[in-house]
Design a protein around this ligand. Structure first.
Ligand SMILES: [Zn+2]
Length: 112
């Protein structure tokens, strides 16, 4: 059994990591960002419940979004929290993944 991984983007020049693709690295302004799979284990640092989404996402709420810090490397990654975020709080162990649309999702470690 393999531990879950999540795909991020890493600068080949300076090692800066992003959760989304960018043409230019914000760390060194280089253009050598490439996909990299990293362990998906993380710790929830903060979260909030969106009760009334912006018009572009009307009908999607309420939903929770959060910021998690990867256990390996300490990268901060933001995304939507899967489900109702019940039982999750600051410091909870979580696992990162990408949904069908490529967006980062955060779920309780060990769940689904
Ligand atoms: Zn760079």
């Amino acid at each position: 059994m393999h531990d879950p991984v999540v795909e991020l983007f890493e600068c080949a020049a300076c090692g800066h990591r992003l959760s989304h693709f960018a043409e230019i690295c914000p760390g060194c302004l280089g253009d050598a960002l490439r996909p990299v799979a990293v362990p998906a284990a993380a710790v929830l640092e903060s979260w909030t419940l969106i009760r009334r989404p912006a018009p572009a996402h009307a009908g999607a709420g309420p939903f929770a979004v959060g910021v998690a810090r990867l256990a390996e490397g300490g990268q901060l990654v933001s995304g939507r929290i899967a489900g109702e975020a019940e039982g999750l709080g600051v410091g909870s162990a979580v696992t990162l993944a990408r949904d069908a649309g490529g967006r980062i999702t955060i779920r309780a470690a060990g769940a689904g």
